[in-house]
Ligand binder design. Structure first.
Ligand code: NAP
Length: 256
């Protein structure tokens, strides 16, 4: 039996969709037939993502939305549903990186900011998505990280947030599995995105340093993460519940 992803007329809601993994995921869903609500904090990159969705003949809805602000997310979820129809799938992807810093040199403000965006943002997003999905059910995929499954030197605050996403996703999956809302997470390795450019410095030396963490010897692509999101959200992924799917080129499997 050929296996294809068909999301015809499904409605997808994505945070952090103006860049990197979020944009690629929006495109992948549109290519598979979905209408996509793209949300982020900056207007112009979002409009470009919307143009990419529309290029597949699908509808895009654009909303400025800061995931640290519950009202902002609630409004975006409501407006997306009013415009495109009830949300079937949500992808909580918005996140920020931590420049490498040992724990004691991490400022309280930076810790709070990472928690606000990377952990509280996922909590608030799931909260309003679950309320919007209600008894219709749906699928929610949260983007964690390799730093969600192992510790990484210089990444204590980021790893705390990304580990937190997994505990929250597994617990919420139990809260809502019987209601037909399937909640999972993905843990990407080193993926070629603007975030990774900032993290590595974008120089040949910086890129080589992060690629050295990857047994596979290269960075992953945004499409390699988007395809995992589509699988988890598809009927074929319907038996995965509370799963933390590691897609990381071998980064976290052991010591090499
Ligand atoms: P990216 O290119 O920087 O994209 C992240 C997007 O999130 C940006 O468009 C950013 O918007 C948005 N964002 C930041 N703060 C936000 C907020 N408060 N509210 C709403 N949107 C906000 O990063 P990426 O590499 O695609 O990362 C996407 C997700 O994957 C993140 O959660 C990241 O932690 C995770 N991840 C990435 C990698 C990797 O190697 N790239 C590895 C593991 C996990 P602005 O640009 O306007 O701030």
């Amino acid at each position: 039996m050929p296996i294809t992803f068909d999301f015809t007329d499904k409605v997808v809601f994505i945070t952090g969709a103006g860049s990197g993994i979020g944009r690629a995921t929006a495109e992948a869903f549109a290519a598979a037939g979905a209408d996509v609500a793209v949300t982020d904090t900056t207007d112009e990159p979002l409009r470009e993502t919307a143009r990419l969705v529309e290029a597949y003949g699908r509808r895009a809805f654009v909303a400025l939305c800061d995931v640290t602000d519950g009202r902002s997310i609630e409004d975006a979820v409501t407006a997306a549903g009013d415009t495109l129809g009830p949300i079937d799938i949500a992808v909580n992807n918005a996140g920020i990186e931590q420049p490498p810093t040992p724990l004691a040199e991490t400022s309280e403000d930076e810790f709070d900011r990472l928690m606000a965006v990377d952990l509280r943002g996922v909590f608030l997003s799931m909260k309003y998505e679950v309320l919007a999905m209600g008894e219709r059910g749906g699928s929610i995929v949260n983007i964690s990280s390799g730093a969600g499954v192992v510790g990484i030197k210089g990444q204590a605050a980021y790893a705390a947030a990304k580990h937190g996403i997994l505990g929250m996703a597994k617990s919420a999956a139990l809260d809502y599995a019987a209601q037909g809302i399937q909640i999972n997470a993905i843990c990407p390795g080193i993926i070629e995105t603007p975030m990774m450019d900032r993290f590595s410095g974008g120089t040949p030396e910086g890129r080589a340093r992060v690629i050295a963490q990857e047994p596979i010897g290269r960075m992953g692509t945004t499409e390699e993460i988007a395809s995992a999101v589509l699988w988890l959200s598809s009927d074929l992924g319907g038996f995965a519940v509370g799963h933390a799917l590691v897609v990381d080129g071998g980064q976290t499997i052991g010591i090499s």
